[in-house]
Design a protein around this ligand. Structure first.
Ligand code: SAM
Length: 194
């Protein structure tokens, strides 16, 4: 029983690409009400339901309250784009790093398509800064966006630090919505020049 139908989008993507493996750490950005975290807990074995497999970690973040879930740790009333949140995340993650960053984040839609697009792209770009702090080399990022003029810029920024970037429109996503996902895999930490 999932808390929301969005679970089926993540199940579909994970069935196809095998992002979430037992023992993995997962950071779920924009986690409320918690359906993606439910999927992640099952797939990475974060509640330890399968004693034969390694136990993973799931940390969810949201501005809103997320009801408790066995196997997940939630940072409620936390903003994913706030560096103070990044510091707390580091403390919660084994070895201070994660295998996967998921983001189904969305701003409250204003109804102005261009403005909503801009705001969500800005949030997605902030995930690239988050990745630099917590994503392990080889790791993956799955993020939702709304289609529009700045998608190309987001794709280019992702391609500069991930070896593989693809666009997904899950069957479980409404056909008439501009919602898409980028799946970025094989993270390479950017080289810092002094
Ligand atoms: N994936 C979730 C699930 O399956 O239950 C649904 C996520 S819902 C579509 C989007 C969420 O993003 C909202 O709960 C919203 O509060 C959250 N959100 C938006 N901006 C955020 C931010 N800056 N930091 C954290 N969460 C944010």
């Amino acid at each position: 029983n999932f808390r929301c139908r969005s679970a089926f989008k993540l199940l579909e993507i994970d069935d196809r690409f095998g992002l979430l493996q037992p023992g993995h750490s997962v950071v779920d950005c924009g986690a409320a009400p918690g359906a993606w975290s439910q999927v992640a807990v099952q797939r990475v074995n974060a509640a330890g339901n399968d004693p034969e497999s390694p136990r993973g970690t799931v940390v969810g973040i949201d501005l809103l309250h997320v009801p408790p879930l066995d196997g997940a740790h939630f940072l409620c009333s936390h903003d994913v784009t706030d560096p103070a949140t990044h510091a707390k995340l580091l403390e919660l993650l084994p070895n201070n790093q994660t295998h996967v960053i998921l983001s189904d984040m969305a701003p409250n839609a204003s109804g102005l398509r261009h403005m909503d697009h801009e705001r969500l792209i800005t949030m997605c770009l902030s995930l690239i800064d988050l990745a630099e702090k917590i994503l392990q080399p080889g790791g993956s990022l799955l993020c939702k966006y709304w289609d529009g003029v700045r998608v190309h810029e987001l794709q280019q920024r992702l391609s500069s630090v991930f070896s593989s970037v693809r666009t997904l429109k899950p069957n479980a996503s409404r056909k008439d919505s501009s919602e898409r996902y980028f799946l970025a895999r094989m993270y390479r930490k950017p080289v810092k020049w002094r």
